[in-house]
Design a protein around this ligand. Sequence first.
Ligand SMILES: Cc1cc2nc3c(=O)[nH]c(=O)nc-3n(C[C@H](O)[C@H](O)[C@H](O)COP(=O)(O)OP(=O)(O)OC[C@H]3O[C@@H](n4cnc5c(N)ncnc54)[C@H](O)[C@@H]3O)c2cc1C
Ligand code: SF4
Length: 340
Amino acid sequence: MSLPGFKLLRPRSLQETLEFLAKYSNGEAHPVGEQAAARGLRVVAGGTDLIPSLRQRLFEPQYVLDLRHIAELNGIQPQPGNGVVIGALTTLSAIEHSKFLREHYLVLVEAAATVASPIIRNMGTIGGNICLDTRCLWYNQSLTWRKACGFCIKKDGDLCHVAPGGTKCWAAFSGDTPPALLCLNAEVEIASASGTRRVPLHDFYTGLGDDYRLLRDDEVVTRVFLPRDSAGYTGVYRKLRVRGSIDYPLAGVAVALKRTNGHISDARVAITAVNPAPLLVKQAAQMLVGRSLDEALAEQVGDVAAKTAKPLTTSALTPEYRREMIRVFTKRALLEAATA
Ligand SMILES: Cc1cc2nc3c(=O)[nH]c(=O)nc-3n(C[C@H](O)[C@H](O)[C@H](O)COP(=O)(O)OP(=O)(O)OC[C@H]3O[C@@H](n4cnc5c(N)ncnc54)[C@H](O)[C@@H]3O)c2cc1C
Ligand code: SF4
């Protein structure tokens, strides 16, 4: 499959990037569905997800803006006494192999190390993983396939094959690092020519399968902030995938625990690939804090995580199995984190 025609923009600095965004994007709030994909500008970082999507004609932008040469957005910078800043262009390999992150923010390292394969992690970036498009069996297909089976709300059509009769897209957010980042209370910095804003990651996703993130066409994610008080948690990430060596998650669970004197003093559980957004399991903290973990408690939290998951027939494995694996992984991850 060939690439569609587009003009490639290659800024050399963040300033030039923001100027290009202001000049070449339509500058409006990201519109829903067909229009969003059919015009304007797309940003490319590692290209590991965007390039296959361009080949499948999921996006046909007039401009592609290549971020790779912006050195100031690459790197992991501990802030003495104040957490760490990770540039959006930092590769998943750099995160996987960072001694600092392994020592202080283990759950992120665990999640990054499960993305795709080593070669893809060498190219794929944390910014691209956060901004990753949602996925669905009816959407991540070639143009010929989609034309033959019928287009859907997310691209070119007006119905949903997964939930027929509805008007909403349920494509699943399928990135591995965002649930870990949610467990760490991460914030993202978003920049445009009119300034920067910093938003908690849990406010970045809309919960819609098509218009899945709150990012205007003239904006770009520039940095990720992990706060100091999220450091030092034990962390575990577990994912379900078809091919253990390379696949996107079909269900994923991140757990971060802090223990004091044998009791849990803080706990965070987040899930991915089973809803249109990665989600924190809000009740987990109140169920766990102040308790010592045993199988029965881990099982109860697993049940709540499974209820938070709303998988549909968007991927190769059945919704029932994916929900069940959320329950099983949550229990296992909690027990593992509690004994680490
Ligand atoms: C075979 C295969 C297996 C994969 N398996 C996994 C997996 O197991 N887990 C997983 O999470 N991912 C997986 N991926 C997807 C992808 O490799 C990763 O999500 C990667 O982190 C994407 O980063 P990137 O820099 O390559 O993003 P790109 O492909 O460059 O971009 C992805 C999306 O994010 C946008 N974007 C990128 N950077 C920014 C930014 N700074 N600001 C605003 N928008 C931005 C792009 O416009 C695009 O929409 C897989 C991909 C392939 C091809
Ligand atoms: S959930 Fe429905 S609308 Fe969304 S991509 Fe799948 S089939 Fe299309």
